[in-house]
Write a protein that binds this ligand. Sequence first.
Ligand code: HMG
Ligand code: MG
Length: 298
Amino acid sequence: RFPKSVSIREVGPRDGLQNESKFIPTDEKIQWIDHLSNSGLNYIEVTSFVNPTWIPALSDAEYVAKHIKKNPDVTYAALVPNTKGLFRALESGIDEVAVFISASETHNKKNINKTISETEIVLSEVVKESISNKKTIRGYISTVFGCPYEGNIETDQVIRLADSLFEMGINELSLGDTIGIANPVQVKQVLEQLLKRYPADSIAMHFHNTRGTALANALASLEMGISKFDSSLGGLGGCPYAPGASGNLATDDLNYMLTNMGIETNIDQKKLNAAALYIQSKLQKPLDSYSVKYYESQ
Ligand code: HMG
Ligand code: MG
């Protein structure tokens, strides 16, 4: 009934650190990513090539991307808002480009200072350039299940944007529950619509855990055949331009659940725990995941 194996897209170095007020020194970020690269994860979003005044925590994007020890089994991705970001990413040797747009007009404007239709024009250029540079592309849609400014989001709007991104040429769509507001019934309703148009292996789910529903939402997605999930080690994360957004679904909790359900992830839980303790010591604050708390209590 469930997929036999799942690919976890680790977004901690990007979604996790973008929301931290403490700037993690560049060499420590690199060491953390190197730990993650050795844990069995096959996908890591390492940084963002956005305007550094908007996201100061990731202002060292080039250096990080260039100095991590690349594991050939890992795809290294980065967030890119426009062609300026794309050229920075290409120059830094990124494997996969991640573009992003919001289903909510207000959140889109606050996050990237453009209307949705202006953003579509920018992204189609980014996708075109990425393809001509032989890069794969994932497209995020944010606020799929609700917006901090506008409240309810119509599924039709999500479908329209999904169509627009796939038409541009993205390879994979990630559906973002930016403020952690979704519930499993809603997740199934939205997926039911999308899966009429796109195969399950072209869709990833990106849950935040603001209200404690992220793991339940992941289970609902698995039941719909989804086998790609974004998560962040220790449950770090959040969007600085979405008030109330808290951490992502925790990679260590997700991996624990999946492997004990008999679903292959290929990830070594002990190495994840060790990598979580590493970044926790650098952030100097307790991480939110259950796995970290349990591991520390032993
Ligand atoms: P803007 O101010 O409208 O940009 O910002 P602009 O094009 O008018 O340019 C203004 C200045 O920014 C110029 O510099 C540009 O060169 C520079 P100046 O001439 O004034 O010196 N600039 C850049 N610099 C470096 N890299 C770039 C870049 N682009 C322009 N790529 C912009 C527009 C998109 C740049 C800005 O709004 C921005 O950087 N936003 C990023 C916000 C962000 O990172 N949010 C968090 C990520 S999204 C998220 O977390 C959700 C997700 O996790 C899914 C989910 O949970 O739902 C993905
Ligand atoms: Mg996010």
